[in-house]
Every structure is written in C-alpha cells, then in structure tokens.
Design a protein around this ligand. Structure first.
Ligand SMILES: Cc1cc2nc3c(=O)[nH]c(=O)nc-3n(C[C@H](O)[C@H](O)[C@H](O)COP(=O)(O)OP(=O)(O)OC[C@H]3O[C@@H](n4cnc5c(N)ncnc54)[C@H](O)[C@@H]3O)c2cc1C
Ligand code: SF4
Length: 480
C-alpha cells in the first residue's frame, strides 16, 4: 500500500550529541528509508521555484527513488558542487513549498541530497567531466567560501586558469569558520573542497588581498576577478562594559573554535541575538563545557530571523532539545564585570509596540532591572563586508546598495569593469545556496564578458540558470 507520510529522519540523543563536536545531530536515512522517501515525490518540480540555484529537484529525487544515487549527484553538480554540504545545512526553502507539505509532509529534499552524496568518496569517478580545451585566460577569486569555490570549479573544468586568494589558513569561508563541525563534519568539507581544488585550481591561503597582495595588482594581472569576500566584519553592540574579558562577537568565537582553539567559556553563557549564528554559538558553548546557555533576543519568537520556515523551526527545536534557553523580548543594557572579567548581564524586559503598519518594535520597560549571571557573553548581532582592501580609488567606483551590498548586473559584474561579485557581500539572502547561485551567474557572465562561449570545453557542464521558469505557470507571461 502507498504510504504518503514523510519517512522520519532519526536524531542522536540530545544528551549524547550536546557534548560532542564529532556527533552529527541528524542521522542518515538507511538505503530502504531513502528510496521510500524519494518514491513519494511527484516530480512536479514546483519546489525548483524556491531553490535559489534552480536545481532540478524533481530530476534528482527521481534518480534517488530508482536507486541511482550517482545520477543524483551528477544532476546536482549541474549547478552546485557541494551536494553533501548542502545536503546537511541548506536553508531548504524548497521543502517549504513542496506540494506534499500538507499531505504527509514535504519531501525531505535536503536529507535525500546528503543520502546520495555520502555514498561516494570520489566524485571524479562518477561525473565523467569534460576533456578540457585549455583557454589562455586567467581568473582571480578573492575569498574561498562557497561562492568563490563554486566559481573556481565551473571555470576550471572549462579550461580557464583560476587562482584563489584566501585570507585564512584554510579554505571554506563560513562553511568552515561559521557553521560548526557537529553540523558540517571536517571530512565532508575536505571531500568537496578537495574535489574542487583537484580540478587544477591554484590556491594561496594566508593571503589577505589588500595586505599580502595589492588589489590593484590582481586587477592588472587577471582577465577577470571574482570578489566573494563574504561579510566577516563584526557588528558589536557597544553595550557599556563590553571591554571586559570573555566577551566575543559570534563570528570571532566560532572562527577560533573552528580553527582549533579550546575557548574556556565557563559554566554559564549568554548569547545575544536571535538568528542561526546565535543557535550555533549557543550549541558550540555547550560542546565547550557550559552547563547553562541562554539566548537573549529583543523581539518575539515569531520575529526571529529566518522565521517562518521549516529550517528555522528545525534549528530551534534541536537547540532547545540540547537545553539552551531562549529569553524573548529582553534588552541587555550593561555587562557587569569583576577584575576585568565579565560576570553577568543587566537587562530590561521589552514590550512590543506596533506603530503604523510597520514591524512591531521592542521598547524596553526601564523601571525594572534584571540581572543574569554568566561567565561568557557572545554577541551574535550580525556582521558586514569589509571592502577597505580595495583602496580608495576602486572603492569610489564600487556601487553599493544603501544596506552595503555590492550592486551587480544580470551577469554578476559590478560597476567596475571586469570585477564580478557574489555571495554574502552581494545578495541579501546570505545563505550557502544563494552564494552558489551568484557564482553560477558569474560563471556565465565571465565567459560572455571574455567572449569564450564558443571556446568552452563542454556546455553540458555549464550551470543552468533559471530552470525554475520552465515549471512556473506565470513566468514570462505578461501581467494585466
Ligand atoms: C555561524 C554561521 C552559520 C551559518 N549557517 C548556515 C546554514 O546552516 N546554512 C546556510 O545556507 N548558510 C549558513 N550560513 C551562511 C553561509 O555560511 C554564507 O551565506 C556563505 O558561507 C557565504 O558564502 P561566501 O562565499 O559569500 O562567503 P564566505 O563563506 O564568508 O567566504 C568569504 C571568504 O573570503 C575571505 N576573505 C574576505 N576578505 C578577504 C580578502 N581581503 N582577501 C582574501 N580573502 C578574503 C574570508 O576569509 C572568507 O574565507 C551561516 C553563517 C554563519 C556565520
Ligand atoms: S514539489 Fe515536492 S513533490 Fe513536487 S518535485 Fe518538488 S519535492 Fe517532488
């Protein structure tokens, strides 16, 4: 008999996983479960409209259902060279619009991608990449996060010479120094980044453009440049008392832990913020030995970043299961310290005030002061891009949105000729799959800009943009 219910994914027990960076909270489907879950898919590809990278979701769920995971990986690679990474951490908005959402639950698209990708150690054996016609064009990539690496992959396999400059000692960007290892294991990063680099990409780590090599020199030495620098400049709150020891910005905290430092967080940690970075900081604190971890957010639960979505619900559920306590509608206004080390947070409760038709605003009720003892404070209060490495002359020419994102044309090119840009510094979605989508756009944009479309090795291996339009009843139709 047909079963319409989503096949449940299993989890490690919270008490086991919350003390380990090595134990992934989410387990993997067994062969039987994976095929059963994939077999529920109708193949309508409605979900493709919600995928920033326009993956052929219906296509690869079907190949999974018929027991052909190699074909699944091949289809995913058309637009995305990170199936096992995205199969673990994608924001998976595709599942939010799956037509089966109310009929047994959406297809577990993210889990199924991981299910297929984890079956292969060496993608080279199943992809049969094109025989390359080498092209004498050189491309520089600044920043080795998912966006820069994806671009490096697609242009390298077409025979272009790609060189990546990365400030940190290792590759991966926020995949490595943001997302913690319990959600994204090192061996998964090594497998997928290693495969990209093995396509002949030249890599310079520990090389910050603007310090170790001038931006101007890069612009003069390459035929096109892709800027994928992410947003790594912390936005701190400046709360009085912030200069005490054991107060971190989340990105600094997570980066140091990811690069191997064992930070002593003490027994009690307060995380300020309400988004995914706050969840990751709180769960990392548990794994570093904290007993009590609180997340303080100034708005309501329904106002938190990323909500409403399945992803936001799943992340919060996993965080709560591990014992983290959320404190909604509070405003920390002073950090207390003793002998230079933080001892707690003074805060007010807020009331949410709706003015006009806008978003409800948190307004502190200042007549009652509360105090929460803690040994560490982590501010997960956002970060921005640092373009200062370009130097004043280029900076003056770079057009940004009022919010500080790089403005690009439909080919991914900035207001500076031959400089392309993508990822967190450029899109407002700020997730992995959007960073890869920007790279896909710039791959085609760079090939067009350099007039290489008729010299590429194999157009079967070019990213397919806007596949979703094929499945949208309204795309391309005139309105009114
Ligand atoms: C804690 C945290 C958790 C996250 N969780 C998720 C998640 O679960 N799912 C999801 O989809 N997204 C998640 N994200 C967001 C996701 O990681 C980013 O959207 C994505 O990594 C952006 O890719 P990118 O290539 O634009 O930039 P990044 O990944 O940020 O990479 C940019 C790289 O550029 C380098 N760089 C910067 N300036 C220079 C310079 N001057 N010279 C040389 N190199 C430079 C940086 O060192 C960095 O390595 C998370 C982010 C954080 C911080
Ligand atoms: S919307 Fe759901 S049923 Fe349709 S192709 Fe996507 S996953 Fe399959």
């Amino acid at each position: 008999m047909l079963n319409f219910e989503r096949v449940k994914i299993q989890f490690e027990k919270p008490e086991d996983r919350k003390k380990s960076f090595l134990l992934e909270p989410v387990k993997e489907y067994t062969d039987e479960e994976g095929v059963a879950e994939a077999s529920r898919c109708l193949g309508c590809n409605i979900c493709t409209q919600a995928c920033p990278a326009s993956l052929d979701i219906g296509g690869y769920i079907k190949s999974t259902a018929v027991g052909d995971p190699a074909e699944t990986v091949r289809i995913v690679f058309e637009n995305l060279p990170f199936p096992a990474i995205i199969g673990r951490v994608c924001t998976h908005f595709c599942e939010d619009i799956c037509v089966l959402y109310d009929t047994g639950g959406p297809i577990a698209i993210r889990h199924l991608k991981r299910f297929a990708a984890d079956k292969f150690d060496d993608y080279g054996k199943i992809l049969s990449l094109p025989k390359r016609n080498f092209v004498d064009k050189k491309i520089a990539v600044i920043g080795a996060g998912p966006s820069g690496l994806a671009l490096a992959y697609y242009l390298s396999i077409q025979g272009l010479k790609v060189t990546v400059y990365e400030a940190l000692p290792q590759l991966g960007g926020f995949m490595l120094v943001g997302i913690p290892r319990y959600r994204l294991p090192q061996e998964v990063l090594d497998k997928e980044i290693g495969f990209i680099i093995s396509q002949g990409v030249e890599v310079h780590t520990n090389t910050r453009v603007g310090k170790d090599i001038a931006f101007n020199e890069i612009m003069n030495s390459y035929d096109a440049v892709y800027m994928s620098i992410g947003n790594h400049m912390p936005r701190m709150t400046g709360t009085p008392g912030s200069n005490a020891k054991n107060i971190y910005h989340a990105t600094e905290f997570l980066r140091r832990v990811a690069l191997g430092e064992k930070i002593d967080v003490g027994k009690s940690v307060v995380v300020i913020g309400g988004g995914f970075t706050a969840n990751d900081s709180s769960r990392t604190s548990l794994r570093l030995g904290a007993d009590k971890v609180y997340i303080m957010y100034r708005r309501r639960e329904v106002d938190r970043p990323g909500y409403p979505s399945m992803n936001a619900d799943e992340e919060m559920e996993e965080t709560v299961e591990e014992g983290v306590e959320y404190m909604w509608e509070v405003t920390p206004f002073e950090y207390a310290s003793e002998n230079g080390k933080v001892t707690g947070v003074k805060y007010w409760h807020n009331e949410m005030v709706i003015e006009g038709g806008g978003r409800a605003k948190p307004v502190p009720i200042k007549d009652k002061v509360e105090f929460l003892q803690c040994d560490t404070i982590i501010e997960a209060t956002g970060q921005e891009s640092d373009f200062s490495f370009m130097g004043d002359e280029y900076l003056r020419k770079l057009r940004l949105t009022p919010q500080g994102q790089v403005i690009v044309d439909r080919n991914g090119m900035t207001s500076i000729p031959k400089l392309f840009s993508g990822g967190d510094s450029t899109n407002i979605s700020r997730d992995l799959i959007s960073a890869v989508r920007d790279a896909d756009t710039a791959v085609l944009g760079i090939l067009e800009y350099l007039n290489l479309m008729d010299r590429i090795s194999d157009d079967k291996w070019l990213p397919v943009l806007d596949r979703w339009k094929k499945y949208s009843p309204t795309a391309g139709k005139k309105m009114g």
